[in-house]
Design a protein around this ligand. Structure first.
Ligand code: TA6
Length: 297
């Protein structure tokens, strides 16, 4: 038995089981349209494969399942801020337990909603009343949405990201198109630089593209496929791959992890979304495999 074994706890619906991976409660979805796993800790999608197709999402073999440490890989939820615009990095949403709010399924797939409301932990870091709901619509494609509602009596501002780790056969042969004409380079203190419109990964990449198209295409040449990402409600697309040296330094990442994923994130890189009391905003990413392994690139 390895640390990756899922321990069955109970059935929640025809296609959804509640399991545990060490300390982390995990929803296991086995539906005719797809297989997926979602951690209740962080409302974090851990895996997704359309039926009879390769996984779309990469998860680290060294992720820590102690229900305290943010999980490496999958789709971390960054909220109420992105990166170092607050502390802890990428916010608290990926570090706390969410509630299972709703599960529904039909012949097309499964919809799961997890919700988060303030606790002592969140109030100490961010003194606002809010309701956050993650909606996972799992069919032949993957649709993930974070809806944030202001339930406070005062306005607030927030940022964040759906920090998707997309699975590729070899990142050094992968490209991302649709990113736009310039980016803020996190390796040069956020310096603005011109972009060619396509990103390659022979070197580490950590970039915020503020005029990207809402549709980005990841061409995984070695894997003979394309993954298409459609974002909504974002202010930028963040593209990240740490390269070899940083991969080796991250204890929760496999040493060759950087070769097997490219992050394309639907991001609100500054806490720039203003919500008056009662208002809400949705950040959404839809991910699909353009052809299942048959594409001649
Ligand atoms: O989204 C890119 C980024 O902010 C990078 O700067 C990189 O550090 C990455 O996210 C991972 O952050 P984490 O806090 O999960 O180690």
């Amino acid at each position: 038995m390895t640390s990756h074994t899922l321990h069955f706890e109970r059935r929640l619906s025809a296609s959804v089981d509640l399991c545990y991976r060490q300390a982390v409660p995990v929803l296991r979805i086995q539906h005719p349209a797809c297989d997926a796993t979602i951690s209740q800790f962080g409302a974090h999608l851990l895996s997704f494969s359309p039926r009879d197709a390769e996984p779309l999402i990469w998860m680290s073999g060294n992720a820590v399942y102690d229900a305290k440490t943010p999980l490496r890989g999958g789709i971390p939820v960054c909220f109420p801020w992105f990166g170092q615009t607050g502390s802890p990095s990428h916010g608290f949403a990926r570090r706390v337990m969410w509630n299972i709010q709703h599960i529904e399924e039909n012949t097309q797939g499964v919809t799961i909603q997890l919700s988060l409301t303030p606790s002592e932990t969140t109030r100490a870091l961010w003194p606002h009343d809010f309701e956050a709901v993650m909606t996972f619509t799992l069919t032949q494609t993957l649709d993930v949405a974070l809806t944030v509602k202001n339930t406070d009596s005062l306005p607030f501002e927030f940022g964040g990201a759906l920090h998707s780790y997309l699975s590729v056969a070899d990142s050094e042969q992968a490209t991302v198109a649709g990113v736009g004409s310039h980016y803020l380079d996190n390796f040069s203190h956020g310096q603005r630089k011109p972009a060619s419109g396509t990103v390659t990964f022979e070197e580490p990449v950590d970039r915020i593209y503020t005029d990207s198209a809402s549709s980005l295409t990841l061409t995984d040449t070695a894997g003979y496929r394309r993954i298409v990402v459609n974002n909504q409600g974002e202010t930028s697309a963040v593209v990240w791959n740490p390269g070899q040296a940083a991969s080796v330094q991250m204890s929760d990442m496999d040493d060759d992890g950087y070769l097997h994923f490219v992050c394309i994130e639907a991001a609100i890189e500054q806490p720039s979304i203003q919500l008056a009391p009662g208002e809400s905003h949705t950040l959404n990413t839809c991910i699909h495999d353009e052809k299942h392994g048959e594409l001649l690139l």
